[in-house]
Design a protein around this ligand. Structure first.
Ligand code: FRU
Length: 504
């Protein structure tokens, strides 16, 4: 059997001037914690997009990300890096990768990470001279040396007729002694595919199969694929570019979808079918999610809480973008169920309960307010006409509406204080059984709504300043009562401020 890559022969880690520059810059320009969300992952400075390398290494959760430290716009991609013990409180690590080698000089694009006996293995897309190839790096959780013979997977490994111009976002895993890697590619007809490779040693790769192909009628390049078993169900998630709106399921542009596969002996031999693609998140800001498996068996997903076409950029910030709150995944009755990671519960401070609210117009109560909240609204039966204004003051509000007569629910951030004409409204079809529960997670600049115990999720960024903290309910329904339970997670804000001081 071919031995695993001998990591001793990899380039010894020596920070290049490019990496040193990024590491120094992020220390010097770091955003004070009080100007950032309390418990959503953000870069310390600069631009962030996709989550990368979401993995457990030496008992800590590592999350890397597409990163351009020097401005709040996308630029030559680095990998930023943070670690966490509970996926709620994150500590910054020095930038892990900079575009500093001939094989990645134009950018270190998205990829993944796996713990191995020899270290923390990163697999990413190196961009150079218009080509995208897959590259390897290994590290100790802080410093990562790139493999000298990169790229390890390139045009020569591809089936005939395929090119490496759009070939990216490797997701790596190991089954038994074999390494597998799924990546997105445009096939010779320029249609999106997710293809699978295998390797005995991380450096010699063989093309195995096409896991998924889109017919090109809706969606092109399939970005950021991830393949995993969820409650014994093979699952593929990916982010198709350039989709056309379809009912309330898909919106125009970049979407993220999940596709349950057919089980066929092993995960690696399962086939996936486009017709079963479902939206992963019905809000305004969600893309390029990635998952990892925790030691206790939970499959956790985190996504970029932003959008390529409508990225909320606040001129008052020197950082952009947040990740969603990590979510616990399960698969029930053919549906992906997503719930906020349970570690958030360790941070509850005060709770307020208002039971048996009857709606006859507008309802407001001073126990029902705040901007750092985990609030649940339990309806006595599915709500017909209901709306909740969040992050309100005289001039601002973000409204979530349920209209059962029209069959939809809607997020509307028109009055959230936006500086540009970004997309503000998105509708989603109501679940078949209607909506009987909403769990609303609010942090400084975001609202995530989990419908019916995680049957659907809507994630949305709002630029509203924290002073706007009122919550107002609207509706008229004699038969409906609402129990409102709200957990204040303000404590997390304090923790973040404390951490900030510890580290300076
Ligand atoms: C998805 C994506 C990836 C690519 C990265 C570049 O958002 O386009 O396909 O690797 O962003 O930053």
């Amino acid at each position: 059997m071919t031995p695993e890559v001998n990591f001793e022969t990899m380039t010894e880690f020596k920070p290049t001037p490019e990496l040193n520059q990024a590491r120094n810059f992020e220390i010097e320009h770091r955003t004070p914690a009080d100007r950032q969300p309390a418990f959503h992952f953000t870069p310390a400075v600069g631009w962030m997009n996709d989550p990368n390398g979401f993995s457990v290494y030496k008992k800590q959760v590592h999350l890397f990300y597409q990163y351009h430290p020097y401005s709040n716009q996308w630029g030559p991609m680095h990998w930023g890096h943070q670690v966490s013990k509970d996926l709620i409180v994150w500590k910054q690590k020095p930038a892990a990768l900079a575009p500093d080698q001939p094989f990645d000089k134009d950018g270190c694009f998205s990829g993944s990470a796996v713990e191995s006996e020899q270290g923390h293995v990163l697999m990413y897309t190196g961009c150079a001279n218009g080509k995208q190839n897959q590259c390897l790096a290994i590290g100790d959780g802080q410093n990562y040396a790139k493999f000298e013979a990169n790229p390890v997977l390139s045009q020569v490994n591809l089936p005939k007729g395929y090119s490496d111009v759009d070939f990216r976002d490797p997701k790596l895993w190991k089954t038994g002694t074999t390494w597998y890697l799924a990546a997105g590619i445009l096939n010779p007809e320029k249609k999106g595919e997710v293809i699978l490779f295998s390797s005995p040693n991380l450096k010699d790769w063989t093309f195995e199969s096409i896991l998924l192909s889109f017919d090109g009628t809706n969606g092109k390049m399939l970005e950021c694929p991830d393949v995993f078993l969820l409650d014994d169900q093979p699952m593929l998630i990916c982010s198709p570019q350039n989709m056309h709106a379809q009912g309330y399921e898909f919106h125009n542009g970049h979407n993220s979808v999940y596709i349950p596969g057919r089980f066929n002996q092993s995960l690696e031999s399962s086939r996936f079918f486009q017709k079963e693609a479902r939206q992963l998140d019905y809000g305004l800001d969600f893309y390029a999610p990635q998952t990892t498996l925790l030691e206790d068996g939970r499959r956790i997903l985190i996504g970029w809480m932003s959008s390529w076409n409508s990225p909320i950029l606040c001129s008052r910030q020197n950082w952009t973008s947040q990740m969603t709150l990590p979510r616990e995944l399960s698969f029930k009755q053919g549906k992906l169920i997503q719930k906020p990671i349970r570690e958030i519960e360790n941070w509850y401070k005060e709770t307020s309960h208002i039971d048996n609210v009857h709606l006859d117009g507008t309802f407001e109560d001073n126990r029902m307010s705040g901007r750092y909240l985990d609030a649940t609204l339990q309806f006595s039966n599915p709500a017909h006409h209901f709306a909740i204004d969040l992050a309100c003051d005289e001039n601002h509000k973000t409204t979530f509406t349920i209209d059962a007569s029209k069959g939809w629910m809607e997020m509307d951030r028109t009055y959230s204080g936006m500086e540009e004409d970004w997309v503000t409204v998105r509708k989603a079809a109501l679940p078949e059984s209607g909506v009987d529960q909403l769990r609303i997670i609010m942090d400084l600049y975001s609202v995530e709504i989990f419908v019916n115990q995680g049957e659907m999720v809507l994630s949305t960024v709002i630029p509203t300043l924290p002073q706007a903290d009122r919550i107002v309910l609207h509706g008229q329904d004699e038969n409906l009562t609402i129990d409102f339970h709200s957990m204040d997670v303000e404590k997390l804000h304090q923790e973040k401020l404390k951490n900030d001081l510890d580290e300076t």
